[in-house]
Ligand binder design. Structure first.
Ligand code: BMA
Length: 292
C-alpha cells in the first residue's frame, strides 16, 4: 500500500518576496468544509521563527495565500515559534493544537477559530513536559474528549472534559526495533472514523546517521482508542524525490493533515521541511489493507 503523489507537487514553496515565509513552508493543517479547502501552514522566514500562514483552495490543489501570517508567537512559551498545526472540527469550532517552542522546550498548545483569521487562544494545555505532535479526535469517546500526543519517543493519549484540562495519560504505541519506525513516532493527522476503527496517519523515523521521516497508518479501536488494531509494516510514503530528500531538513515527509474527499484520502505533507505537497490513496485500498 502506497500513497500516490499529486502531479502538481510541490503545491506551495517559500515565497521570496515575503520576509516571514521566504525560507521554508511546510507541515500544514488542512480541513475541507464541503466547499473549500482551508490550509494553515507553518512558515519560516529570515528570522527563522515559525509563524502560521493561511491558504485557501476550491480543488485542494491550487491554493491562494494571504499576504500576512494569521497566527504568530505571542507569549514567552512561543518565543521561537508556533509549529505543526493540526485542526479538528468540534461543535462548530476549528480547534488547533500546535507546538509552542521556546527556551523552555516544546509544549502542546490550543487555539480555536471559525474563520482561520481571528483566533481565540487557550495557551499551553500540557504543561511541564516536552511534548508535540498533538491531535484531537473529532468526537467524544465514552464521554471524554481525546487527544493524541507525543512524549518522546512514543504516541500517547490524554483525556479531558473541557479540552483545556488533560489527564489520564496513556502510552499506546512505541517505535519498533529494526523496522522503518524504529527511532521515534508521532501522530500525523487527526484520526478519521471508519467502520473498522479510527484511521490514524502517523510518522515514523528510521535510525540513521541522518534520520529518515516516513509515513504509515495505524488503526485504533473505535470504542477504546488505546487499542492499536493494526499498523503499517512498510511506510506508505517515504522521501524519494529531490525536493523531499534535500532541503531545510533532508529526508523528511511529515504530515499534519489527512482529509476525506470523495472516494479518496488526501494527505498533505511537508517535504524536507521546505515545501508543501499532496499525496492520495483510495479508501478502497486502505480498507483492503485493514481487512487483509
Ligand atoms: C519534528 C518536527 C517537525 C519537522 C520534523 C523534521 O521534530 O519539528 O516540524 O518536520 O521534526 O525536521
Amino acid at each position: 500500500m502506497r500513497l500516490e503523489r499529486c502531479q502538481f507537487n510541490p503545491l506551495l514553496s517559500p515565497n521570496p518576496d515575503r520576509i516571514w515565509e521566504n525560507k521554508f513552508v511546510f507541515n500544514p493543517a488542512v480541513v475541507y468544509d464541503g466547499d473549500l479547502f482551508h490550509m494553515v501552514y507553518r512558515a519560516q522566514g529570515s528570522d527563522m521563527v515559525s509563524r502560521l500562514g493561511y491558504a485557501v483552495s476550491a480543488d485542494g490543489i491550487h491554493f491562494n495565500r494571504l499576504e500576512e501570517p494569521v497566527f504568530s508567537p505571542e507569549t514567552d512559551d512561543e518565543l521561537y515559534g508556533v509549529e505543526d498545526p493540526r485542526i479538528t472540527l468540534i461543535d462548530g469550532w476549528y480547534y488547533m493544537l500546535y507546538t509552542a517552542y521556546s527556551p523552555y522546550g516544546t509544549r502542546v498548545s490550543l487555539a480555536r477559530t471559525k474563520n482561520f483569521i481571528t483566533w481565540e487562544r487557550f495557551g499551553v494545555v500540557i504543561p511541564d513536559v516536552d511534548n508535540k505532535d498533538a491531535a484531537l479526535f473529532p468526537e467524544k469517546i465514552s464521554g471524554k474528549y481525546v487527544m493524541l500526543h507525543r512524549i518522546h519517543p512514543d504516541i500517547w493519549l490524554a483525556f479531558s472534559d473541557d479540552l483545556i484540562h488533560w489527564d489520564d495519560f496513556v502510552k499506546i504505541a512505541s517505535p519498533r526495533n529494526d523496522m522503518w519506525d524504529d527511532l521515534k513516532i508521532g501522530a500525523g493527522a487527526p484520526p478519521i472514523k471508519t467502520e473498522y476503527g479510527w484511521l490514524l496517519l502517523y510518522h515514523g523515523v528510521k535510525k540513521k546517521r541522518r534520520p529518515i521521516y516516513m509515513l504509515g497508518f495505524m488503526l485504533l479501536d473505535l470504542e477504546d482508542p488505546r487499542k492499536v488494531l493494526k499498523r503499517s509494516d512498510e511506510p506508505i510514503l517515504k522521501p524519494e524525490l529531490p525536493w523531499e530528500k534535500f532541503g531545510g531538513v533532508p529526508n523528511v515527509v511529515f504530515s499534519d493533515a489527512m482529509i476525506e474527499f470523495e472516494e479518496e484520502y488526501y494527505v498533505y505533507y511537508g517535504a524536507a521541511d521546505n515545501h508543501i505537497a499532496l499525496a492520495k490513496i483510495s479508501k478502497e485500498e486502505v480498507y483492503k489493507w485493514i481487512k487483509e
